[in-house]
Design a protein around this ligand. Structure first.
Ligand code: NAD
Length: 394
């Protein structure tokens, strides 16, 4: 608690305005925890409604519920969000104020430039270092976990068969065969969820380190004849491979795709378009009624036929290209995201005031803009390049 009678940082939680977004940045339990630290919480009326957290619960947790976003933006020192702010919302942020949220730094560097021009100190949750100390602040992981789970449920509902093997008086039903391509956080959760539903699972990832994790979840790791020695960068992420590599991968994976009832693809390389891993020939070879859930849809998709935000049927195969699966499970997705934010906020706050230690690996790592400039080198390079703002393709 504060000792010096100084007012605590005012944190604002606006209602999300992006189309289809049902999550909220802080849930009532998170508000209560921050109020306990001496922070003042302003929550826009209805901010948690779509995630099933009512205004009354926020009031009971110690927040002041504001009738509109304007009051909140005018007063808040720090705004916490799920999705990036719109242009109007950037204009509403106070110069010298703070912002935390998913800010798509590598995909939308121009947003970082606008935040810097507005002199907002912004932290992008995507930039949170993936180190053990920051695990509880890792919102990419918390939301990917929900996405991996949801992907399996969508597939199970779309598939005209059941997942588990059943031996009944009416005959034996064979289990669904699920292939997971990309076994990072979402892929591993998809494996675990499909396994609990009784499917037989195979998985592939270019990072060889993943094999053991896949097998420990009871899935078979698919071995391809590809050289993957340099597949992982120092941060644990996949490196981009050559087009020749992807062509060979497509060819070899095609056989596994054709043998699967469900394919869940999650393969991503940070800052790049998603690698194309399933071509139209492979889709044609699948049995009618098979399902592909393409979690890489927002980055162009791992399947050539995926269309972002659309549920399609092509060559008898259902292809789901939804881009915001965590928002389809808004209550738990918000709860885990809020937990990430609270841990990060507690890291930034001392005596109810913000203390930004720019030497600290976590604070510096997540920092996107500060003092009127873009602090992340990679994003600054992208934002400065003429093609980044003119819609060029590099
Ligand atoms: P991601 O969402 O960027 O990518 C998803 C997966 O796709 C990755 O496993 C990647 O290797 C894989 N992939 C990329 N190209 C592929 C291809 N051509 N074929 C098949 N698979 C391909 O990754 P993520 O899930 O966010 O996790 C990335 C890494 O970060 C993982 O190693 C994870 O264990 C690690 N991580 C560490 C921490 C921590 O230490 N705090 C926390 C979270 C994640």
């Amino acid at each position: 608690m504060r000792e010096r009678g100084e007012a605590g940082v005012i944190v604002g939680v606006p209602k999300e305005t992006a189309a289809g977004e049902r999550r909220v940045a802080l849930v009532p339990d998170a508000v209560k925890s921050l109020v306990g630290e001496g922070l003042e919480l302003l929550v826009e009326a209805g901010a948690g409604t779509a995630a099933r957290f009512g205004d009354e619960a926020y009031r009971a947790a110690g927040a002041s519920v504001e009738p509109d976003a304007k009051t909140l933006y005018d007063r808040a020192d720090l705004v916490v969000r799920v999705q990036p702010p719109s242009d109007a919302e950037i204009e509403a942020l106070r110069p010298g104020g703070h912002l935390i949220g998913f800010l798509r730094p590598l995909d939308q560097p121009e947003l970082a430039r606008r935040l810097a021009e507005r002199n907002v100190t912004a932290f992008a949750m995507e930039l949170m270092p993936r180190i053990t100390r920051a695990q509880s602040m890792d919102a990419l992981s918390s939301q990917s976990t929900i996405a991996g789970y949801r992907a399996v449920l969508l597939a199970a509902v779309a598939l005209p068969r059941i997942f588990p093997m059943l031996v009944t008086a009416a005959g034996t039903l064979s289990p669904a065969r699920v292939l997971v391509i990309g076994a990072g956080v979402a892929g591993l959760q998809a494996i675990g969820t499909a396994r609990r539903l009784g499917a037989v699972i195979e998985a592939y990832d270019t990072r060889p380190a993943v094999k053991e994790q896949v097998e420990s979840l009871g899935a078979r790791f698919v071995e391809l004849d590809l050289e993957t020695g340099d597949a992982e960068d120092a941060g644990g992420y996949a490196r981009a491979q050559s087009e020749a590599f992807y062509a060979r991968q497509r060819e070899q994976l095609g056989r596994r795709v054709a043998a699967s009832d469900v394919v869940i693809t999650t393969a991503l390389v940070p800052g790049q378009q998603a690698p194309l891993l399933i071509d139209e020939t492979a889709v044609r070879a699948m049995r009618p009624g098979s399902v592909i859930v393409d979690l890489a849809a927002e980055k162009g998709g791992n399947c050539a036929l995926t269309e972002a935000e659309r549920d399609l049927e092509v060559h008898g195969v259902t292809i789901l290209g939804r881009t915001n699966l965590p928002s389809e499970v808004p209550n738990h997705a918000s709860q885990t995201y809020a937990r990430n934010l609270v841990t990060f906020l507690k890291h930034l706050v001392r005596d109810a005031q913000l203390h930004l230690d720019l030497e600290d690996e976590i604070t510096r790592g997540a920092l996107l803009t500060h003092d009127g400039r873009i602090t992340n080198e990679a994003v600054a390079a992208l934002a400065g390049a003429p093609e980044a703002s003119s819609g060029g393709d590099s």
